[in-house]
Write a protein that binds this ligand. Structure first.
Ligand code: DSN
Length: 403
């Protein structure tokens, strides 16, 4: 192996082991997932779909893809799935391509309210090539469902995207489902952040209430970096051609050969949903987040959230990035994030986003959340110091990343 690459991998492994990952979209995969992703499956071109490939030698790949599709359909209660998207952004874009023509209307959650770039933000192709409308939050920091309904009635978007990247509360899928129940629009649920908790049945599945489901596979789900797209029974009823349109949009519309090693890794992660202990992992992700947000509030922080795996903490106007850097010095890895009504800038927002999936995978529990809250409090208010670093190092040693 290239000695430099080997050293880099080793440095990153040590970084992960010696710090606590509190970025809510990151996690630690099992050694089985890593092994599968690094296997000979990486060598095979399999453009097309099972039994409709453009290359010979794909009987084994057909078997693999159909097997992973079956698991994904069952776990997420979907009528049809596609496991080929390279990641969340191309997966969302495939739905736009399937449902909209350039210039047609889409509605999504504002970036500053916790939405994602691919939900129609101006700098994304989804906001540049399509006419994008937004909904936001009410005065209490919850999704403003009335505003969502009002914009739908006024603008009649053909696609409504509901999901988030930093919105910390559960989404009322039943309510969103009712608002979008007629055939004038397709409702896409982007469950990238919560998919693992939905798979574990700790959070409610949106599938009965929405038309299309998209999830990345590497966040709470603990798989490799990839994505799954699915059409629900409701989606099939609204448009019997929807699955076919999305299938064509993924390949040949947007992608070439699927990454079969990643698809197998997704299959492995879905298999692990059945592991003894998976349900407990999901419940502890939530209880850890609730305890951590409670402890931070008790210490005087203004915290947005939570009843999910993540929260956003107000650290002062424009100070998110500075605070995230200070926390990294004591081994606490978070990212700067906007808070509702942020008076900072997108580059220098006023919050930090914190999530519990990766530290829960390592085994940390409620007592450790209290220590993390103390370290965050002291680092933010008095600056990083060696005592704080020692506290985090002790936790890292006690709860190693198990591969
Ligand atoms: N980058 C992901 C996240 O951190 O939530 C979303 O794409």
């Amino acid at each position: 192996m290239d000695i430099l690459i080997k050293e880099i991998i080793n440095k990153e492994r040590l970084r992960q082991e010696n710090t606590l990952t509190l970025i809510p979209s990151e996690n630690h995969t099992s050694s089985a997932v890593l092994e599968v992703v690094g296997s000979c499956l990486s060598d095979k071109y399999a453009e097309g779909y099972p039994h409709k490939r453009y290359y010979q030698g794909n009987a084994v790949m057909d078997e693999l893809e159909e097997y992973v599709q079956m698991r994904a359909r069952e776990i997420f209660d979907l009528e049809w799935v596609n496991v080929q998207p390279y990641s969340g952004s191309p997966a969302n874009l495939a739905v736009y391509l399937a449902v909209l023509s350039p210039g047609e209307k889409v509605l999504g959650l504002n970036l500053s309210s916790g939405g994602h770039l691919t939900h129609g933000h101006d700098v994304s192709i989804t906001g540049k090539w399509f006419k994008s409308f937004k909904f936001g939050l009410d005065t209490k920091g919850f999704i403003d469902y009335e505003q969502m309904e009002r914009v739908i009635l006024e603008e009649r978007p053909k696609l409504v995207v509901v999901g988030s990247t930093s919105y910390p509360w559960r989404i009322d899928w039943e309510k969103v489902g009712k608002i979008t129940s007629d055939n004038s629009c397709i409702l896409l649920a982007d469950i990238s952040h919560t998919a693992g908790l939905i798979a574990g049945k700790t959070l409610l599945s949106p599938s009965p209430f929405v038309d299309v489901v998209m999830t990345t596979t590497h966040k709470t789900l603990r798989g490799p970096r990839g994505a799954i797209l699915g059409v629900t029974k409701r989606g099939m009823t609204k448009d019997s051609e929807l699955a076919k349109k999305i299938e064509k949009a993924v390949f040949p519309g947007l992608q070439g050969g699927p990454h079969m090693n990643t698809i197998a890794g997704i299959g492995q992660a879905l298999y692990e949903v059945g592991d003894e202990g998976y349900k407990e992992y999901c419940e502890r992700v939530l209880s850890n987040a609730i305890v951590l947000s409670g402890e931070l509030k008790r210490r005087g922080f203004v915290v947005w959230g939570t009843d999910t795996h993540l929260m956003v903490v107000d650290v002062g106007v424009g100070k998110g990035r500075e605070v995230a850097k200070e926390l990294e010095k004591v081994g606490v890895v978070v990212n700067a994030n906007t808070i509702p009504g942020d008076k900072g800038t997108p580059l220098n927002p006023s919050g930090i986003r914190i999530g519990t999936p990766a530290i829960t995978t390592r085994g940390l529990g409620e007592e450790e959340m209290k220590i993390i809250a103390e370290v965050i409090d002291h680092s933010v208010n008095r600056g990083a110091n060696n005592d704080l670093l020692d506290k985090i190092t002790t936790l890292c040693k006690k709860y190693p990343v198990i591969r």
